[in-house]
Design a binder for this molecule. Structure first.
Ligand SMILES: [Fe+2]
Ligand SMILES: [Fe+2]
Length: 297
């Protein structure tokens, strides 16, 4: 019999992705950069998309959709939202995050930090408020969950509500057939444990880096930014509008900010990115303006 972790889930092949970013590359495949569609670059990228990567992403979603149940999410929240694992300055957390990079692959070295800086620098270049630049820098910091031993499917991936019916607008909806909630008398209904337009503040989303970093930052940043952190992987809503029946008017207002943020997350690749050394003074001052000297994880 396979050994199980504290959630009682067998660790089978918990890490189907060769690298965490394979999930994000797959999102780009689903939602290509509109400016590149015009120049045909996106279709080229699609053609070059390697079959093995697609298989790892598919396996990743099979596990994600099987295990992200209502009870699982509540259990993870009860554990991680105590923030009693570690306390460190944000800069140590970035170093920690860079450990996610597979040393055996030279192309991915410092990928995590590069992605964060490309996102934040693109936001800064467009003249958005400084707190939004900070959101760009920290939005994926919750991926440290992987370093606390969480499987890939519990740290990254598109997020979706649990405790109510899964939308067929979620990527690979067929894999929900193996989710324990699929035939639950309440969780399988349209509204489940929720009520019509109850507002997302009352809705539990699948567990991952978005929810975790939102709770970490909720006392320090404006609400618009907190929505960007909390819902940036909620593609079935911010791209597909599959959960309008749970959103309230305030969510719709705030999702304008989520939609503003998304292209910076997906499309801000910049080959001429300034080095961290050059950018450091600006970001140190920005972090000091909004965040405490150490953060609890
Ligand atoms: Fe993310
Ligand atoms: Fe990101």
């Amino acid at each position: 019999m396979l050994a199980t972790n504290q959630t009682g889930i067998a660790p089978e092949n918990n890490s189907p992705l060769n690298h965490l970013d394979e999930w994000e590359k797959d999102i780009l495949n689903r939602y290509p950069d509109p400016s590149e569609i015009a120049t045909n670059k996106a279709t080229e990228a699609f053609r070059n998309y390697e079959e093995p990567t697609r298989d790892t992403v598919k396996e990743f979603y099979r596990l994600n959709h099987q295990y992200q149940s209502y009870d699982y999410v509540l259990e993870k929240k009860a554990n991680y939202l105590q923030f009693n694992k570690k306390e460190m300055p944000i800069w140590n957390a970035f170093d920690f995050l860079n450990e996610l990079v597979d040393d055996s692959d030279p192309d991915t070295s410092l990928d995590q930090m590069q992605h964060l800086l490309q996102t934040s620098e693109a936001i800064r270049k467009d003249g958005h408020p400084d707190w939004m630049v900070l959101i760009g820098l920290i939005h994926d910091m919750g991926k440290v969950l992987c370093l606390f031993g969480e499987p890939q499917w519990a740290a990254v991936g598109d997020t979706f509500p649990v405790g109510c019916a899964f939308s067929d607008k979620i990527v690979y909806p067929e894999f929900f057939a193996n989710n324990p909630d699929i035939n639950h008398p309440i969780y399988s209904t349209k509204y489940g444990v929720y009520s019509p337009n109850c507002g997302l503040k009352n809705v539990h989303l699948s567990w991952g880096h978005d929810e975790y970093v939102y709770h970490m930052m909720k006392d320090y940043l404006p609400e618009e930014g907190l929505y960007m952190l909390r819902y940036h992987s909620f593609y079935s809503q911010h791209r597909e509008n599959a959960y309008d029946h749970l959103m309230d008017a305030h969510d719709h207002e705030m999702f304008k900010w989520v939609n503003l943020f998304n292209p910076y997350d997906l499309y801000s690749k910049n080959p001429d990115q300034k080095s961290w050394e050059e950018l450091k003074p600006y970001y140190q001052a920005l972090v000091a303006k909004y965040l405490p000297a150490t953060l609890k994880f």
